[in-house]
Design a protein around this ligand. Structure first.
Ligand code: ADP
Ligand code: MG
Length: 602
């Protein structure tokens, strides 16, 4: 059954390969183009290698037949010398095939990886909501590695095996056609066996890799959560979970070794049988006087060559499957088209005032529930508007609509009276500074991270930005100051320090529009005060949309908007809203009690 599927797949793909109209094959072939000279060199050398291999049995045969028995010493030395020379050539070709063949594959792989990476960068935020990072990683790394292997080994293996098998078949036919036909009936059986068993073996080992990944993640999970496990006295439960995974891992390995043993034992047994067939059938042909001993030796030598092409063919069958599946997945990602793209003649935003208007904005992540419905909101240039409301009310979502991480479903968002859908996306985003609760710093130095705001800024500008963000003094206490590495191999920063670095980044970017989405909510009270000061400085002179979990920090906003699941509930200045005694006033009083407690505690 399995062999039937593999066979079908091979035939199917060979058909499209020849017809050349399958998108997958076409695309695959297009990656050879830039490297075609190297590829042809690789194939040519592979051909020469196989041809040289075919010479040795012929030479041996004529040595035994004629040269040695008749004492032709001169010819003997010529043959030996020629073989020596050919083997040196073969070594050179071998080197080229092994080295440059892999180089072709690697270069194609690098091209594909670049294409994939730059394509992924263009995809919408929505794609990343729906796709796990690990999933994307394995696409970019593992799949492409399989493709690279197939890219050069594939044609090479097919070609070499074809030359070797067909070449020896033709030569042997010329010696004794009947004996040759008898022997060659055995070859398809060997190839069939090898492909089936190898497939089984590689599936088994793939399963092992899956199981070990399970064990790894379980281990990681349990170790990082060890305190929780201990506090719930759940060590035994953890142990049971672990030993389950461990047992599956063990069993998968046992099965893999079983299939490995089947494969190698079978192949060795079959190749012994093949030798026996040659000696047995060949011996009878010798008794009958149809061939002589030298011919028999030639048969033996050729037949032992088969092992190599057969191994190559089975390898090809396996690589073809892995590589093509990988390549199909690669194409699938390339075919995802981003929805949020520039319109033709998109307007470049320069020197803007920064007035923001939302007109009847409606947005949903999915059909089931509506997150934002008919929202109307205006933020005049240079003013600060605060958005408050219960968690899940859609505040963050609203923030993400302005830089077009998502597109509104209905309604319009305007900046300086221009619809953001008509604005060049990069220039739109360059004009907006976003400070969020989950801070992300890239691996690298502190300076790299601040420079991310404007990569062409000077060192002086970086320092000015850090000073504005109240982080300069801290940076100066670090061992390498601005060049200190952060993250795993560098210093560990507190949440507040990270946030101030990300604020310095926005200072450097210097955008006219600012969005602060709970920028301080993950921090402790004391740090919050420091960051609040930096944020206030940052928002001076910029159109600012601020979301804060602590209502005391937004008292001075020009307008406060209370957003709930049911849309905008209240609007107005702090004083007016308090007077109104509605939702805002309720929320504020609740928090005010807390903050008095906190203040006492501090
Ligand atoms: P807030 O910031 O006010 O707490 P959010 O804008 O984060 O609210 O979320 C509003 C609603 O949208 C919530 O019900 C939330 O579960 C949902 N939501 C948020 N982000 C996504 C997303 N990427 N995909 C689907 N639903 C989301
Ligand atoms: Mg939020």
């Amino acid at each position: 059954m399995k062999i039937y599927i593999i066979y079908n797949k091979l035939i199917y793909n060979a058909y499209y390969f020849i017809k050349g109209d399958d998108i997958v094959i076409k695309k695959f072939a297009s990656y050879y183009k830039p490297h075609r000279k190297l590829f042809i060199l690789d194939m040519f050398c592979a051909f020469l290698m196989a041809s040289i291999d075919l010479v040795f049995p012929i030479a041996t045969r004529s040595l035994l037949n004629d040269i040695l028995p008749n004492g032709k010493t001169r010819t003997f030395y010529i043959v030996i010398g020629t073989l020596f020379f050919l083997y040196i050539l073969r070594a050179i070709f071998n080197y080229i095939v092994d080295y440059w063949g892999h180089v072709v594959g690697t270069r194609m792989e690098a091209d594909m990886r670049n294409d994939l990476f730059s394509h992924i960068q263009t995809l919408d935020t929505k794609y990343f909501d729906e796709t796990r990072t690990g999933h994307i990683m394995s696409r970019v790394i593992n799949d492409l590695r399989e493709i690279s292997e197939l890219a050069h080994h594939g044609p090479e293996d097919l070609f070499l095996s074809a030359v070797m098998i067909i070449g020896s078949f033709v030569i042997l036919l010329n010696i004794e056609w009947r004996l040759t036909l008898i022997i060659f009936t055995f070859v398809p059986i060997m190839i069939w066996f090898a492909i089936v068993k190898r497939e089984k073996m590689s599936n088994a080992f793939r399963n092992v890799r899956k199981k070990i990944a399970n064990v790894n993640s379980q281990l990681e999970n349990s170790i990082s959560g060890i305190r929780v496990a201990k506090s719930y006295a759940n060590e035994e439960y953890e142990m049971r979970k672990f030993s389950e995974g461990n047992r599956e891992f063990k069993e998968s390995r046992e099965f893999a070794f079983k299939s490995m043993a089947e494969f190698f034992t079978g192949i060795n047994f079959l190749s012994n049988l093949l030798n026996l067939l040659v000696i047995g059938a060949g011996g009878i042909f010798v008794y009958k006087g149809l061939i002589n001993l030298a011919d028999l030796v030639a048969y033996l030598l050729y037949v032992n060559f088969f092992m190599q092409p057969i191994r190559r063919l089975t390898q090809f069958a396996q690589q073809f499957q892995l590589g093509m599946t990988g390549f199909e997945r690669f194409i699938q990602i390339l075919e995802i088209k981003p929805e949020i793209v520039n319109k033709k003649n998109a307007i470049k935003l320069t020197d803007i005032n920064g007035k923001i208007e939302l007109k009847d904005v409606t947005f949903n992540y999915n059909e089931k529930e509506s997150v934002l419905k008919n929202i109307n909101l205006t933020i005049d240039s240079g003013k600060t508007v605060a958005l408050v409301g219960p968690s899940g009310g859609g505040k963050t979502t609203l923030c993400h609509l302005i830089p077009r991480f998502y597109d509104v479903e209905a309604g319009d968002i305007l900046i300086d009276e221009k619809n953001i859908k008509d604005i060049d996306i990069k220039s739109l985003r360059k004009n907006i500074g976003l400070v969020q609760q989950n801070i992300f710093l890239f691996t690298g130095t502190i300076k790299d991270n601040i420079l991310y705001g404007r990569p062409d800024a000077t060192d002086k500008e970086v320092i000015v930005a850090a000073k504005e963000a109240n982080i300069h003094d801290f940076i100066m206490t670090l061992p390498n100051q601005y060049n200190t590495h952060i993250g795993e191999k560098g210093v560990k920063l507190s949440g507040g320090q990270k946030q101030r670095i990300s604020i310095a980044r926005v200072f450097l970017k210097n955008p006219p529009i600012l969005i602060l989405d709970e920028a301080t909510s993950a921090l402790d009270n004391e740090t919050e005060v420091k960051i609040q000061a930096a944020l206030e400085k940052l928002s001076k002179g910029r159109t600012t949309l601020v979301i804060a979990h602590r209502l005391s920090t937004i008292k001075n906003a020009d307008n406060i908007i209370v957003l709930t699941d049911n849309g905008i509930q209240e609007k107005g200045k702090h004083k007016d809203l308090i007077k109104k005694n509605g939702l805002y006033s309720k929320l504020y009083k609740l928090q005010f009690k807390d903050s008095i407690k906190n203040d006492v505690a501090v």
